[in-house]
Design a protein around this ligand. Structure first.
Ligand code: ADP
Length: 302
């Protein structure tokens, strides 16, 4: 039904698509767009905080940080969701013990997120793939459409925090997320201490600033290793790069997470490191980071 159709029926189009009883049948492109935008706004409004986790390069522990932050916030009693926006290399389901699950659809064309520990809701490309060997060979527009579907067509409902695990770099996916969520709270940037990562992570900071998203802070992951035999600290990938970049680029520094073989074992085994090792040095740092993120959100909203 177009606005002209409605006028023919004696109904005047008021452009109030949100409250219009026939909005779903409307074929007017302008009105259709209106309805879509209203629905998106409504969906995003139900999620109090949207935080993207980004990195300049792969393998620095971005997904590990996402999965553990999600669990840390859920352990505090918050309602948490994780959107795994890494279309080509989704690994959140494996890390969160949800491998093999599928995203089910609803009759009205929405997806029901997979439910993880402590009720964490998860959406990932991995839930749509038949097996691990199938590569996703998609160009930008298709990926953008899927990410938008994950954002707007997944029944996230009321959430305190939605963590979005983005693929490394500053390509289509981060841009789509940045443009689709105008009220994004900010990005957490994960890096490693090496000079190589240091140079690349600066691009992530500049990206966030250019697209107008606040930088919540930088995390240096894989920052030193304490030998379990002798207690000596070894800086496997050097140390201090994350803090240096944060100071250079005038953004907050959130903390340094050490290398810990248990982090890798737990991720591989689908266990949550932070839930399984509540008092380990790395878990303590995660908890400090959680407090700093909360503080950042409080300051922004006060
Ligand atoms: P990214 O998302 O940046 O590509 P991942 O989170 O997938 O990186 O991490 C890559 C690998 O490194 C995973 O096997 C993960 O378990 C491991 N890992 C990440 N952080 C640590 C850490 N602090 N100590 C030990 N292993 C880690």
């Amino acid at each position: 039904m177009t606005s002209t159709d409605k006028q023919k029926q004696g109904k005047e189009c008021t452009d109030e698509c949100n409250s219009c009883s026939t909005a779903d049948q409307c074929s007017d492109p302008k009105e259709k767009q209106n309805v879509k935008e209203q629905k998106i706004k409504l969906q995003l409004k139900k999620i109090k905080h949207k935080i993207a986790i980004i990195s300049g390069k792969g393998g620095v522990g971005k997904s590990t940080v996402t999965a553990n932050l999600a669990m840390a916030f859920a352990m505090q009693g918050s309602k948490v969701g994780v959107l795994d926006a890494d279309i080509h290399g989704p690994c959140i389901p494996k890390m969160m013990g949800l491998k093999g699950q599928t995203l089910l659809g609803t009759p009205d064309g929405r997806f029901i997120p997979v439910m993880g520990r402590l009720g964490i809701k998860v959406a990932s490309m991995d839930f749509l793939l038949k097996n691990d060997e199938t590569p996703v060979i998609w160009r930008g527009p298709l990926k953008m459409r899927l990410i938008q579907q994950f954002l707007f067509d997944v029944a996230w409902d009321e959430l305190d925090y939605l963590f979005i695990d983005l693929p490394p770099g500053t390509g289509d996916e981060p841009l789509t997320v940045a443009q689709s969520i105008p009220d994004m709270d900010g990005v957490v940037i994960v890096t490693m201490p090496s000079e190589l990562s240091e140079a690349i992570v600066k691009k992530s900071v500049v990206f966030a600033k250019q697209v107008g998203i606040p930088v919540i802070g930088i995390i240096e992951n894989m920052s030193g290793f304490v030998c379990p035999e002798c207690g000596a600290k070894i800086d496997v990938f050097k140390a201090g790069g994350g803090k240096r970049i944060a100071d250079d680029m005038v953004v907050p520094y959130l903390g340094s997470i050490p290398l810990d073989p248990k982090i890798c074992n737990d991720s591989d085994g689908g266990l949550s490191f932070i839930a399984e090792n509540k008092t380990s040095p790395a878990s303590n740092i995660f908890n400090v980071i959680v407090k700093k993120i909360d503080q950042f959100l409080e300051n922004v909203n006060s």
